[in-house]
Write a protein that binds this ligand. Structure first.
Ligand SMILES: Nc1ncnc2c1ncn2[C@@H]1O[C@H](COP(=O)(O)OP(=O)(O)OP(=O)(O)O)[C@@H](O)[C@H]1O
Length: 255
């Protein structure tokens, strides 16, 4: 049973001064599940992703990843445990080309810092994986384009490619559609769906249609706690969830 759990949160608490951003979160994310994390602004969704990725210290509780206690591990050690995190704000190198961005991600993913005279041979070994990622993210035609000049949707696709390059088993996606234009949403959604296959995914996203479509489970947070979880249909019908969203996103949840 425990072998099925990709990430286990045990009483995870985070305080910012007097503000209790996470208030004893207990939750098991099962292997291969796609979890949509929803909740009103300030509920603690991004804070939870940050804590899981090791980018934010927490003051109480513990986190177990595939049976290993990672509570005290720094972000790079958690990445080696198979956790990949994308960001709300694009974290690609805007002055480098698409190919260069993916190459750096591949090198970091291999966890090796190489002397420059070995780099070309090493890069040749990484080339097939980089080519596959260019294909997968639909960026092949843009491989030599400077990343900062891509459309926002393509920049998000590159960011997902950079996150996927080390082949994480657990994917933490923070608003992957933020800023993506209407005409690019469908393509971006397909990309996330394809990237989710065979992984455990925690998806924080304000586009409720997309969350409900991509997620197998919905986890609802409010005031730093998990207040409900279930299948998308169950969550849509849950009166507590509706009341939490009342006046804020009622239409979207009820839709
Ligand atoms: N670095 C920080 N310092 C102080 N307060 C913070 C910090 N980061 C987050 N908070 C606060 O913690 C609470 C939870 O924030 P968080 O960003 O996790 O919420 P969220 O559910 O992701 O919200 P949103 O949907 O608006 O992104 C909020 O009240 C926020 O203002």
């Amino acid at each position: 049973m425990n072998g099925d759990i990709a990430l286990r949160c045990v009483g995870v608490g985070v305080r910012f001064g007097a503000l209790q951003a996470l208030d004893g979160v207990h939750y098991d994310f099962h292997r291969g599940g796609v979890y949509g994390l929803i909740g009103p602004n300030g509920a603690g969704k991004t804070t939870l992703l940050n804590v899981l990725a090791g980018r934010l210290p927490h003051h109480s509780g513990s986190i177990v990843c595939e049976g290993v206690d990672i509570t005290r591990m720094p972000p790079h050690a958690r990445a080696r445990c198979g956790i990949g995190r994308s960001f709300q704000i694009t974290k690609i190198f805007p002055d480098l080309t698409v190919l260069e961005n993916l190459r750096i991600a591949a090198q970091i993913g291999h966890g090796r810092f190489l002397p420059f005279w070995l780099a070309p041979r090493y890069d040749r070994r990484l080339a097939p994986a980089i080519d596959a990622m260019l294909e997968r993210t639909g960026l092949h035609a843009h491989r030599d384009t400077v990343a900062g000049t891509l459309s926002y949707g393509l920049q998000r696709a590159l960011e997902l490619g950079v996150t996927l390059m080390p082949d994480p088993r657990i994917l933490l996606l923070d608003e992957p559609l933020a800023g993506v234009g209407h005409h690019e949403i469908e393509g971006a959604t397909h990309l996330i769906e394809a990237a989710s296959a065979g992984r455990t995914v925690l998806l924080v996203e304000h586009n409720m249609d997309v969350v409900m479509r991509l997620s197998r489970h919905i986890v609802v947070m409010s005031n730093g706690r998990v207040i409900a979880d279930g299948l998308p249909g169950e969550i849509r019908a849950n009166p507590l969830v509706r009341s939490v969203y009342l006046g804020e996103e009622e239409d979207e949840v009820a839709a």
